[in-house]
Design a protein around this ligand. Structure first.
Ligand SMILES: Cc1cc2nc3c(=O)[nH]c(=O)nc-3n(C[C@H](O)[C@H](O)[C@H](O)COP(=O)(O)OP(=O)(O)OC[C@H]3O[C@@H](n4cnc5c(N)ncnc54)[C@H](O)[C@@H]3O)c2cc1C
Length: 386
């Protein structure tokens, strides 16, 4: 059993329920079993497989199955149990669970000492329309198959065109993967990016925008800045100019929407990760990942790095809270970089300090290193320093 500072266990075997088996949930699972091998853990997640979502844009190159880790495998590696269900969470329910120390799922009563809520956050979407794809569609079917289907229904009887909407990290990563996919398939197709702002990757340092725009020019990708998406209909995308309000359309076989995450239904946590409801912490319910806003100096960025660190921290604090000392440690993690890939051989990112912009193969190598670290965690090998 690995040593955890401020943790002196009691004789009781702990029961923990983790709701949500994404990055934060899996990090919590790995840390709990690392420091306390004799622990009873149930993961509740509606899916059969954990999805390595940070690779989702790569399904234009690799099969989707490469990104899926069956929960059955995680059960075997970590000695936990997976229950397939989506829980409905509200403040009232959570308060009730805190007092009952059990919840009912699929007609089964599951008791616990601690609960971890790690359900991620939903992407923004429009009402479903024909020939429109959202991030969720790519979680179900590989990008290569989805795009091939679109290109085969050429309503415009001319050069087909695809519109990617959203110039954030996800939209940009998909855009360049699609561009390379079309080249590999030798398909003549107009590719364009629609963005509501002037800059792409606006949340990152300025160098990101300039680099991506130059790569879009090199790759013959059209760019429509300051433009709002209104809808997709009968082989056309409907758009609105942000400054003038003028509406216009362009021929488009399909629109791929990457509109960012909804910043709603976030759970508020104190500095040590306990859920706060009506300004009071629920001592036995912890939250982690994209669904959790920690009131501390640590990063609340919606990134896998922060999700993993929050998951690990709440796991350690659960053990400390269950032990004899009950000294909990605050969340202080700051992300030390972020890399956005631009296809298989290029990337742009920052490392250590936000002004330190890295591009090309070195940036790609950093991204692969970070991804490899998470792959090791899934195998039960923790190489994260904190
Ligand atoms: C294409 C793409 C690329 C990305 N690239 C990067 C990157 O390079 N670097 C980086 O740091 N971040 C990246 N991110 C962001 C990163 O993926 C997220 O920040 C991270 O997944 C958040 O982890 P999480 O555990 O909070 O949520 P998730 O990983 O989304 O997991 C949530 C889990 O909860 C389950 N769930 C949802 N609702 C319920 C419910 N009601 N009951 C039970 N279970 C539920 C879901 O099935 C899911 O398994 C990327 C995201 C995308 C989409």
């Amino acid at each position: 059993m690995a040593f955890l500072p401020f943790y002196i266990p009691t004789n009781k075997r702990l029961k923990v329920v983790i709701v949500g088996g994404g990055y934060a949930g899996i990090a919590a699972l790995a840390a709990l079993t690392h420091y306390e091998p004799d622990i009873d853990i149930t993961i509740i997640d509606p899916k059969e497989q954990h999805l390595k979502v940070t690779h989702l844009h790569e399904t234009f190159r690799y099969p989707l199955s490469d990104l899926l880790v069956p929960f059955a495998d995680l059960e075997a590696s970590f000695g936990c149990r997976h229950v397939r269900a989506a829980l409905t969470l509200s403040e009232d329910t959570l308060r009730q669970w805190q007092s009952d120390k059990y919840l009912v799922v699929n007609d089964e009563t599951v008791t616990f000492d601690y609960l971890v809520i790690a359900i991620g956050s939903d992407s923004k979407t429009f009402d479903s329309q024909e020939n429109v794809l959202n991030l969720q569609d790519f979680a179900d079917t590989a990008g290569s198959a989805l795009l091939t289907k679109y290109l085969s229904q050429d309503d415009n009887n001319g050069e087909p065109s695809i519109s990617v909407v959203g110039g954030g990290a996800t939209g940009i990563q998909f855009l360049f993967e699609i561009q390379q996919f079309l080249c590999r398939q030798k398909v003549r197709c107009k590719l364009r990016l629609i963005n509501s702002g002037e800059q792409v990757l606006a949340q990152f340092p300025d160098g990101f925008d300039a680099y991506v725009k130059s790569r879009m020019r090199d790759s013959d990708i059209d760019f429509y800045p300051n433009t709002y998406y209104l809808g997709q209909q009968a082989g056309k995308i409907l758009l609105k100019e942000k400054k003038t309000g003028e509406q216009f359309d362009l021929s488009s076989n399909g629109s791929l929407l990457f509109l960012g995450k909804k910043q709603e239904n976030l759970f508020s946590a104190n500095a040590v990760g306990q859920l706060v409801v009506d300004q009071k912490p629920l001592n036995h319910i912890f939250v982690a990942g994209d669904c959790a806003y920690f009131n501390s100096f640590g990063s609340n960025a919606l990134t896998a790095q922060s999700a993993v660190r929050k998951g690990k921290l709440v796991a350690r604090n659960i053990l400390r809270h269950s032990g004899r000392l009950k000294i909990l440690v605050p969340y202080l993690h700051r992300d030390i970089g972020y890399v956005v890939s631009l296809g298989s051989a290029d990337a742009v990112g920052w490392l250590v300090a936000e002004g330190n912009v890295v591009t090309g193969l070195p940036a790609l190598a950093i991204k692969e290193l970070v991804e490899a670290q998470y792959d090791l965690l899934l195998m039960g090998i923790d190489t994260y320093i904190i």
